[in-house]
Every structure is written in C-alpha cells, then in structure tokens.
Design a protein around this ligand. Structure first.
Ligand code: DGP
Length: 129
C-alpha cells in the first residue's frame, strides 16, 4: 500500500495559484485560508504545501520542520482570530477528516479551525449520512 497524491485536487490548484482563495496566513510550509462553505463564523483551513493526502500520511512522512510549522500555523491563526481560551477568546475546534469513514472530501490533508459560535457536542451519537 502507498499514499497516492492526486495533484489535480482543489487544494493543489489553490497552492499553485490556479484558483483564488481568501488567505489568512502563509508560511514556509503552510497556507491558511477561509473555507468556501463556512460552518461557523470563523472557519479556516490550514494545509501543508507538501503533497500529503491524509493526516496519518502527514504525521508519518512529513519532515519535522513541516510538522512544527503546521502546528505553529494553527496556533498563529487561532491567535489572529482572537479565539484562544484564556486570551480573551471563547475557544475553537480542530477537525481533520481522513479517508472514507472520516468523510474527507478533498484529498489533500487539511485541518479545519472552527470558531465564533457554540459548536455543540463533538459527534452525533448515531451514524448519519
Ligand atoms: P473535508 O470534508 O474535510 O475534505 O473538507 C473540505 C472542505 O474544503 C469543505 O469544508 C469545503 C472546502 N472547500 C472545497 N473547495 C474549496 C475551494 O475551492 N476553496 C475553499 N476555500 N474551500 C473549499
């Protein structure tokens, strides 16, 4: 088994500048931009610039520099959004959908940062489509 990265996915096109995006922050290894269909007042996606498909792919194969930059970028975006608990923010949620059961739609690893409203409990208790 191997990870197969599709370089025609929508986030690859965003990274190549072929599709516009609403950038929040760009770093050496990452891009953070607003989700096109926000589910919360603040809904930002953080993606690595490298060709990683799923979270496990990134966690197992990305360099230490990429992983540190990704984690720090999430922290910086939370700071920019003013959502840090204990720093005048009301909190946030991170979601990383991976693969079929994770209902990942775009096959380029990304973390959703959602904030700006009460987000409810983490998951419904029963399977839903
Ligand atoms: P996921 O199900 O975790 O793969 O979520 C993919 C997210 O990507 C979804 O919330 C909508 C967002 N999205 C899809 N296409 C675009 C796009 O062209 N631009 C932006 N900014 N977001 C997109």
């Amino acid at each position: 088994m191997a990870y197969e990265y599709d370089d025609q996915n929508i986030f690859a096109k965003i990274l190549r500048g072929e599709i516009p995006n609403s950038t929040v922050l760009e770093t050496e290894h990452c891009l953070a931009f607003r989700d096109i269909t926000p589910l919360a007042p603040d809904h930002v996606l953080v993606i690595p610039k490298g060709p990683y498909v799923t979270y496990d792919h990134f966690a197992l194969e990305a360099s230490a520099a990429e992983i540190v930059d990704f984690t720090r970028t999430i922290g910086k975006v939370c700071d920019m959004l003013g959502v840090r608990p204990g720093f005048d923010g009301d909190g946030f949620r991170l979601i990383v959908n991976s693969g079929t059961n994770g209902v990942q739609e775009v096959p380029h690893m990304h973390t959703h940062i959602m904030a700006g409203r009460w987000l409810g409990h983490m998951l419904p208790s029963a399977k839903q489509d």
